[in-house]
Structures are given as structure tokens and as C-alpha cells.
Design a protein around this ligand. Structure first.
Ligand code: G6P
Length: 608
């Protein structure tokens, strides 16, 4: 949700900033801009659309300098226009980039207008740059002017600011939005995440809530919320592969779909033995497991769907109640917390604003403990939760989540079994489940083999505007996820229903123009699902069935059949996810949409 980069070096920083923006485009991509502070003053280029448009402007009119800040935007206040794009300027003195939302911007704007400031944009951000300018006019230095101004802001922000007369440093800060410092040799940087800076450094400082940082070529000085200087540790980035490389694939999404067998292996590694779940994966203090009597799972988007699957596993295997809720609802209601309830958040990024707010609220309630299942070790969610289980999926760049989802499910299965063991799951059952999990990467690999067939099937969606996904039991959340994937990247309206609800409304939509994607599990609901398929067939609906061959649905008339490997029941939701990811990918390619960066969306939603 907006990405920011800042750099100070002895070399020209404009290329570093542009490369950083390209790496951050997953956070927002409706406009972008760079400001360079050089001998002429503070100047910038801004462009609507992708970072490439900004690169073109730099090619046409180069701007060089050794200090600069940059931004890629996901619009919140004001349309994606050049005037609303960041950086925002106060005269020719000061430039600022911002990620987040300033809630009291209207009141601040009125005060600044009274002082004579003229606003160029509709953004909440522009108030910050004028506030700092106004503080500078009162005689403060840049650092103090930023600190004073930030105290007046309500809301969430990460900012970077550069001043014309101060070419030896820039200032950055975070409160409620992510920001890391990249430490180089005679050059230093800031960015919304590490990925943006991997081309220049692998050493990072994670700022804490309320930190303000003064960045010079040779030093990084961090001040906390109270203005006290603080030492923050430097950590080294340890991903083996630079995930921002697409390799042989045309899109990140496809690369990430194909990575699933290996990242699921990485997620299982060290977490299961031949017979058991290794509870040490929850950290030194896994004693909480024996006390869990209830589970509350809170998440957003795709992560929420993973939580819905876990509800079936937890209630079935452990026999204890599990509530699953989207964070944006949970955080605004009074929640009844039964005794000994585990609060579990799910998040790929660990920076989703609603999920973080839910965690902070939960910490004030009477939960047993807080556990985050998350993909980003350095994220705010991980740092603020009592316990963490990392999904180890590696960086996910495609906005539509794929490998993060299946690794979340893998981590959730580990967690469900661990809780179930404490609630009487027999050892032989645990061993059977663990043995099944060991085969999971191979089953996912087998599911990927349907890629070519699914590509052919996707042609049938080229002219569709609507679609219906059906599932039953634990496959219903997978139907929800399949529908979300399709709508996110192909813009085809997709709805998911529990198949048993078909007759209570959606059947009215069924005719020969309506594709109906049906997920058929091989369990005791199989016959019931076959009846649902008949209901659709009888009304002429166009059926796309995903099932294993033993269901005997492959030769049914009027059905487009896609084979899913036959796997132990517990793994079905994970394995059935793969063909739906491939379907939405190929349909999006057929429709010619922007697969990795679908319109209006962002990978990491760090604003409310
Ligand atoms: C955004 C992304 C989704 C993601 C959701 C939650 O909407 O586009 O793909 O599922 O945020 O993100 P999180 O990082 O918390 O899993």
C-alpha cells in the first residue's frame, strides 16, 4: 500500500531509487515519483501509471544527485493523477514521500491554509510537508522540525523527507506503517521493505513504532518516540534467492505457483518427524498447547480463507471450538473471549493494518496467548505476537496470493495437529497425518501437471462475465479462494457457495451462459455433491468439475473434467487449490489483464 525508498550516497542515486520502486511496485502502482536533492535544489519527476512511465521521464530529462526519495502509490486520498503523486513539495525547499493515512489531515490543512500555504493536491500527505516547512520557518533544524510535526499527526505513516539546504542527510520515520533502513558502505537507504534494497545492501535495521531516523552517508541515527537516541540491531538478509527475479516465467504469479512443492517442503522442514509434529516449532514455550480450549483466527483476504479451512481441521481433529473472522470486522466489535482461547493471526506480509489492529486489541483482552502464522520474519505482526510459526514461502511478489496460501494451510495443519494431540488425538492417527503431510509436496507437484489441460479449459472463459464456484465442507473455503483468485486477476465476477445452498438462491442464476466450477472432494460428501451437479446439469449450466478419477465423473456428459490427484482426505483442500490457481492465471492471460498487478489492488494493505 504505497512503497517508499530513500537514498544518500557518494554516487548518483536516481537509478537506485528507480530500481527500488520497481521492486516495490507490488505495494501500489497507480503513479510514481522521485525527488532528487542536488546543487540546483529539490526537483522531481512524477508520472501516472507504472514505474516504467517514470523511467521514461528520467530518460527524457535526467535528474542526477546523491540524495533522493521516491514513491510508488496506491491511491487513498485523491485520484491517481500527477498532482496527487508523491513526492509532495513545499515550495522548492522540501520534498516528502508518505505511506499510510493521516486521519486529522482536514483540520491540519485548515490551519496551514490560514498560514498561507497553498495546496496543490487532494492528498492527506501534503499537510505533512507543509507542517514540516512551517516548523523549519520557526527556526528548527530538519530533524526537530520533523519530530515536532509528526507529533501533530493522527493516523499511520512511514515518511522520508529531504530539504534543499541540507544535502548531508535525509530524515525518515515510521508509526503504523513499515520502514526499514538499509545500511551500505558510505551510503545508506530506507524503504518500505527489504526487497526494495537488495540490489544495494543485505544489512538492515528494523525501525520500531514511532522511530525517527537521521540518515547520512556514514551514519544512521535512530531516535525513539520520546526523542531519545537508540541503538537498533543490524540484521543480515538471509534469503538464498533474490525473489524479485521472475526467472523463466512470464509472470511472478506463475513462478510462485510452481514454487509450491519446494516451499511446502520448506514449511514442513524441522516441524514434523516420522511420527509426530515437533512442537518446538512454536518456540521454546510450546506449553501453551496443552491449555488451548478455544481458537480465534483473525485474518484478511486469502489468509482469511486459510483460516476458514483450519476451522474444519481444529474442530474435527481437536474437537474444540474455533471462530474465524475477518480482521476489519473483528476489530470493531465487542468480542466474547472464552477461557483459554488462543488468538491466531494469519498474514502473508505481517503488515496488514486491520490484522495488526486486531492483534493489538486482542492483547488487551483475556487471551491465552497470541500466535502469528506469517511469511515475513521481520514483520510487525511477528514482532508483536507472543509466538510465531513462519510459513517459509519466500518473498511473494504477485498480488494474487498463491504459495503464501498453501504454506499457511500447511502451517495451520501442523498447528491443528499439535492442538489435537493435547486434546486426545491418538498417536497412530497423528502418525498417519504426519505421513500424509510428508507426501504433500509430491501431490502438489502432480497437481501442477494439469497445467496444459487447464490452459485449454481457460479459453472457455474468454467471454464470460460471471461464474459460480461450489464446494462442500472443507472445500467450501477453497471455492471461496478460487472465486477470489479469478475475480482478482481476470475481473470476472465470481461467487462461491456451499453446494448445498445452491437451491436457496443461486440456482436462479444458472443457465447455459453460467460457468459453474465445482470442487469434488472424495469423502462422505461425494454423493451429495453429485446430486448438486445434477441440479446444475438439469438447468443447462456449464459445469467445470475438479475431482479425482475414482469419483467417476470424468466421463459424464456435459462436464468439462479436470483431474486432481487422489490424496488422503486431510490434504484435499491444499491439493485442490492448485488447479484453481492455474485456472485463474490462464483465464487472466486469455483476457489480457495485468496478472501480477491487477487494477485497484495492492499486495500489502497497510492502511485501513
Ligand atoms: C491484500 C492482498 C491479498 C491478501 C490480503 C491479506 O488484499 O492483495 O492477496 O490476501 O491483502 O494480506 P496478508 O499479507 O495479511 O496475508
Amino acid at each position: 500500500m504505497c512503497g517508499i525508498v530513500g537514498a544518500i550516497a557518494r554516487r548518483n542515486v536516481s537509478k537506485i531509487l528507480l530500481e527500488g520502486l520497481s521492486r516495490l511496485e507490488y505495494r501500489g502502482y497507480d503513479s510514481a515519483g522521485v525527488a532528487i536533492n542536488n546543487d540546483e535544489g529539490v526537483f522531481g519527476h512524477r508520472a501516472v501509471g507504472k514505474v516504467q512511465g517514470l523511467r521514461d521521464k528520467f530518460d527524457a530529462a535526467p535528474l542526477d544527485g546523491t540524495v533522493g526519495i521516491a514513491h510508488t502509490r496506491w491511491a487513498t486520498h485523491g485520484k491517481p493523477t500527477e498532482l496527487n503523486a508523491h513526492p509532495h513539495f513545499s515550495g522548492n525547499d522540501l520534498a516528502l514521500v508518505h505511506n499510510g493515512i493521516i486521519e486529522n489531515h482536514e483540520e491540519l490543512r485548515a490551519g496551514l491554509k490560514n498560514q498561507g500555504y497553498v495546496f496543490q493536491s487532494e492528498t492527506d500527505t501534503e499537510v505533512i510537508v507543509h507542517l514540516i516547512h512551517s516548523a523549519l520557518q520557526s527556526g528548527l533544524g530538519l530533524l526537530q522540525a520533523v519530530q515536532t510535526s509528526l507529533n501533530k499527526l493522527e493516523g499511520a505513516f512511514a515518511i522520508a523527507v529531504t530539504q534543499k539546504d541540507d544535502k548531508e542527510r535525509f530524515i525518515a520515520a515510521r508509526k503504523g506503517s513499515p520502514l526499514v533502513v538499509g545500511v551500505g558502505i558510505e551510503e545508506n537507504f530506507v524503504a518500505s521493505d527489504q526487497l526494495a534494497l537488495l540490489h544495494v545492501t543485505d544489512q538492515f535495521i528494523f525501525l520500531e513504532e514511532g522511530d525517527v531516523v537521521e540518515v547520512t552517508r556514514d551514519a544512521v541515527t535512530v531516535y525513539d518516540l520520546n526523542g531519545q537516541e537508540q541503538e537498533r540491531p543490524v540484521s543480515v538478509f538471509n534469503h538464498h534467492v533474490d525473489a524479485t527475479d521472475k526467472g523463466e516465467f512470464r509472470h511472478y504469479m506463475m513462478k510462485e505457483i510452481y514454487e509450491q512443492p519446494s516451499v511446502i517442503s520448506a514449511c514442513l522442514e524441522g516441524r514434523i518427524s516420522d511420527k509426530k509434529v515437533l512442537t518446538s516449532c512454536f518456540g521454546a514455550d510450546s506449553a501453551f498447547l496443552k491449555d488451548v480450549e478455544n481458537v480465534h483466527i483473525i485474518a484478511c483476504g486469502t489468509s482469511y480463507h486459510a483460516g476458514l479451512v483450519a476451522k474444519y481441521w481444529i474442530e474435527d481433529l481437536a474437537g474444540i471450538p474455533c471462530l474465524v473472522e475477518v480482521a476489519s470486522e473483528y476489530r470493531y466489535r465487542k468480542v466474547a473471549v472464552p477461557k483459554n482461547t488462543l488468538f491466531l493471526t494469519l498474514s502473508q506480509s505481517g503488515e496488514t493494518a486491520d490484522t495488526l489492529a486486531a492483534l493489538r486489541m486482542a492483547k488487551e483482552l483475556n487471551y491465552l496467548t497470541t500466535l502469528a502464522i506469517c511469511n515475513v520474519p521481520s514483520s510487525t505482526l511477528v514482532r508483536e505476537s507472543d509466538l510465531t510459526l513462519l510459513t517459509n514461502a519466500g518473498a511473494e511478489i504477485g498480488v494474487a496470493s498463491t504459495k503464501a496460501f498453501t504454506t499457511q494451510l500447511t502451517a495451520l495443519l501442523i498447528t491443528s495437529i499439535a492442538i489435537a494431540v493435547e486434546n486426545g488425538l491418538p498417536a497412530d492417527k497423528e502418525e498417519a497425518l504426519v505421513q500424509a503431510m510428508k507426501e504433500l509436496p509430491a501431490h502438489v507437484y502432480a497437481a501442477l501437471k494439469q497445467d496444459a489441460h487447464i490452459k485449454e479449459v481457460s479459453d472457455k472463459f474468454a467471454n464470460k462475465h460471471h461464474s459460480l464456484f461450489l464446494g462442500r465442507g472443507v472445500m467450501f473455503p477453497i471455492a471461496l479462494e478460487g472465486a477470489l483468485k479469478l475475480k482478482e486477476i481476470s475481473y470476472i465476477h465470481a461467487e462461491a457457495y456451499p453446494a448445498g445452498e445452491l437451491k436457496h438462491g443461486p440456482l436462479a442464476l444458472v443457465d447455459e451462459h453460467m460457468p459453474i466450477i465445482t470442487l469434488v472432494p472424495h469423502n462422505d460428501l461425494l454423493d451429495k455433491l453429485k446430486s448438486n451437479i445434477q441440479e446444475v446439469s438439469a438447468r443447462g449450466g456449464e459445469l467445470f468439475v475438479f475431482a479425482d478419477r475414482d469419483t467417476n465423473l470424468d466421463n459424464e456428459e456435459g462436464i468439462t473434467f479436470t483431474e486432481v490427484p487422489k490424496v488422503p482426505q486431510i490434504l484435499e483442500p491444499i491439493v485442490h487449490t492448485i488447479p484453481l490457481q492455474l485456472l485463474s492465471y490462464h483465464v487472466a492471460v486469455v483476457k489480457g489483464t495485468d496478472v501480477d498487478q491487477p487494477r485497484n489492488l495492492a499486495k500489502s494493505v497497510t492502511v485501513e
